[in-house]
Design a protein around this ligand. Sequence first.
Ligand code: CP
Length: 324
Amino acid sequence: MFPERFTTIRGLDPKDLCSLLLLTSRMKSHPERYSALLRGKTLLQFFVENSTRTRMSFEAATRKLGGSSIAFAASTSSFQKGETLVDTAKVIQQYGVDGMIVRHRSVGAPDLLADATGLPVINAGDGSHEHPTQALLDAFTLTEHWGLDSQDALGKAEFPFRGKRVMILGDLRHSRVARSNIHFLTALGAEVHLCGPTPLMIPDLSYFPAVHTHSFPDRGASGVISSMDAVMTLRIQVERQNQGNIPSLTEYREFWGLTRERATRLKPGAVVLHPGPVNRGVEIDAEVADSASSLILKQVENGVYARMAVLAKVFSKESAGVLS
Ligand code: CP
């Protein structure tokens, strides 16, 4: 049973996740089949933190499913006069919204709003907690790249990513993308390796399934990075850093950045991902981000279909037959 509140990947079982991946694949192959799923539904795009990809892809996905959106603009709203988050949500609820897509810098804001309004809520990124639809689009992009996006691969294999090694590299401490991906990738059987400066490691890994940790990507002969099937680089979140986490951006690039030189040590066929926005020349060199092994623009494209799948599952219970 799919939850009405999609705020975390944690706790979803591999069957739920494979079902989401399969639906994403179907949305991409035949979007026209789903063009009336959200007819008559209005969704609030409640973004109280900046976004390009997530916000625009949710809007595109809602439109492709036949629904409509109300966009909230925090900078021109009565937030600026001191109205609270919950009061703002309850006000907009009176305009007849059927659900909310929420981004906020505070951990738990989407759940708070779901409790306060009783509406279905999708987490579009809450602080350093989770970004579940990003993990779905990342996993789908890998599934597609590895040729696992079929009914056979996703419907029969319990752990379709078994045997795959994925490194998540960079500012793990502040990354909601990393947290959602750890849950998603390990649930599907991938071996997940976290790598980054010690102050930027996730502080309490006991909350997560078992992962491997590394302080550097390429210490030793050629380093652990050369055994990965995929490397997911993360944005250095300058706005969330305390002083002293990294000596400087120049040193970050030298020791942890996916530089052109470091990328030559990737094994043949390995792919590179980044959730965006990209700091070119810091966590990844432009030549690597734009190379044939980069799936970055494919991730952006797949974001629309992944979000269509989640919207359909959360907001279209009556259409369950069409989705199964
Ligand atoms: N990946 C991601 O969440 O990008 P945006 O901040 O542009 O939505």
